[in-house]
Design a binder for this molecule. Structure first.
Ligand SMILES: Nc1ncnc2c1ncn2[C@@H]1O[C@H](COP(=O)(O)OP(=O)(O)OP(=O)(O)O)[C@@H](O)[C@H]1O
Ligand SMILES: [Mg+2]
Length: 392
């Protein structure tokens, strides 16, 4: 029995395929808009927005663009940041930019503005065109971070006009612009590349292509792909990521049953299981504050005799955790918003208004490991009461 997969990793969200069917127009426009920057001939820094709903290929097309430009000999620096994860403060954002560029962390004794200046200096010293990608900008466009946007889009006014820099802002909708003030908005310019939701037919082509890379010949019939394309279009807002997760899970279920084909029943079971809870791999995609809430809930559950924690207990634990890991304090309403978001995405479950439990699909180790990997926000060596195992 040889299973249904050739390479299941080809369905993971980390994998960027060598083609993105039905995104040729967007990729072509991006390449045209960036050719003078990458060629070292742009007169001003370029600012481009990529806008479209979730799972429409924005992030993948940025990576594919980078790969194609490199293959064509367009040597450039590529700096990618996800603001949901790395943008909760200007310091975190600039120090991550700096570290991605230089490979060294910035000193925590510097201010955010000082780190930005160091970043610009390091950029100039490298004398190479740079592509800076700020993904999921809607998460941190408010307050102090809007000054970050302002700075990055006005590089030429900061005596750095010789820099060949393109900044790509990636957002789910144009409504993130409402969070900015008029000057910031105008500094972004109006080059917008739109990623509309895929049609049924487009989803069919995309899923067929992705299935052909991941599964053995004949393991997933076209009827299954058609069914999933219809379902994704009708019930999952054309989100390809969810369709691929479903295919992945259905494949695992087929293998567990020793079946050489993925059947509709496997897909249905996968949908039932996936819809409910967040997958462990998605924990890394959560913001530091979201991870801290989840961590607090899991930690409380360790010693709880009940299958849930109370919102008030969670809030108190959360305050301790964020202080230990060096995140700025939040207001209660902001904490409640985060809890609600985690409930919406299936990372927390609620039973009654004030009783909360972490989703059974995640455990403390996963969240702890992910929190630790966010080095800048978590100066573990400073955390006073970590126990011998290094845990909080
Ligand atoms: N046209 C396509 N062809 C093949 N795979 C695709 C295509 N569009 C999206 N995908 C796949 O779907 C998944 C989601 O795509 P991606 O992460 O680029 O979406 P996104 O627009 O950045 O979504 P989000 O706003 O949620 O971050 C990825 O695994 C990607 O490889
Ligand atoms: Mg994305």
């Amino acid at each position: 029995m040889c299973g249904v997969f050739i390479d299941r990793e080809k369905l993971s969200s980390r994998y960027v395929p060598s083609q993105l069917p039905h995104r040729d127009a967007q990729l072509r426009t991006l390449e045209e808009l960036l050719s003078d920057v990458v060629g070292g001939e742009a007169e001003t820094p370029r600012v481009i927005q990529l806008v479209g709903p979730t799972g429409t290929g924005k992030t993948s097309s940025v990576y594919l663009l980078h790969r194609r430009l490199t293959a064509r000999g367009g040597e450039h620096l590529f700096i990618y940041l996800n603001l949901r994860i790395e943008g909760s403060t200007p310091f975190l954002l600039f120090s991550t930019l700096y570290e991605r560029l230089t490979g060294h962390p910035a000193s925590r004794s510097l201010s955010a503005q000082e780190v930005l200046r160091k970043f610009l200096r390091a950029l100039r010293e490298r004398r190479k065109p740079a592509l800076i990608v700020l993904d999921e900008v809607e998460y941190h466009a408010k307050g102090s971070l809007s000054s970050v946007i302002y700075t990055l889009t006005r590089l030429q006014e900061m005596e750095v006009d010789a820099l060949q820099v393109a900044t790509l802002f990636v957002a789910r909708s144009l409504s993130w612009l409402k969070l900015l003030d008029p000057a910031e908005r105008s500094s972004l310019g109006n080059i917008v590349i739109s990623y509309p939701p895929y049609t049924r037919e487009q989803l069919f082509d995309i899923l067929l292509y992705r299935a052909s890379e991941a599964f053995r010949d004949g393991a997933v019939g076209e009827d299954i792909v058609q069914w999933l394309a219809d379902y994704t279009y009708t019930y999952m807002a054309s989100d390809v990521r969810r369709a691929l997760d479903t295919l992945f899970y259905a494949g695992i279920l087929a293998e567990q049953e020793g079946s050489s084909k993925v059947m509709l029943d496997h897909v249905l079971k996968a949908l039932r299981n996936l819809d409910a809870f967040i997958a462990p791999a998605d924990v890394q995609r959560l913001s530091p504050y979201e991870q801290a809430v989840l961590y607090s809930a899991l930690k409380l559950m360790e010693f709880s005799s009940k299958p849930y924690v109370r919102l008030s207990e969670l809030w108190e634990k959360f305050l301790v955790v964020i202080e230990q890991v060096g995140l700025d304090a939040l207001k209660l309403e902001e904490f409640e918003d985060i809890v609600q978001r985690l409930v919406d995405m299936g990372a927390l479950l609620t039973e009654g208004p004030a009783r909360i439990a972490p989703a059974p699909s995640i455990n403390l180790e996963v969240v702890e490991a992910s929190l630790k990997s966010l080095r800048y926000s978590y100066p573990w060596e400073l955390a006073g009461d970590a126990d011998a195992s290094g845990r909080l």
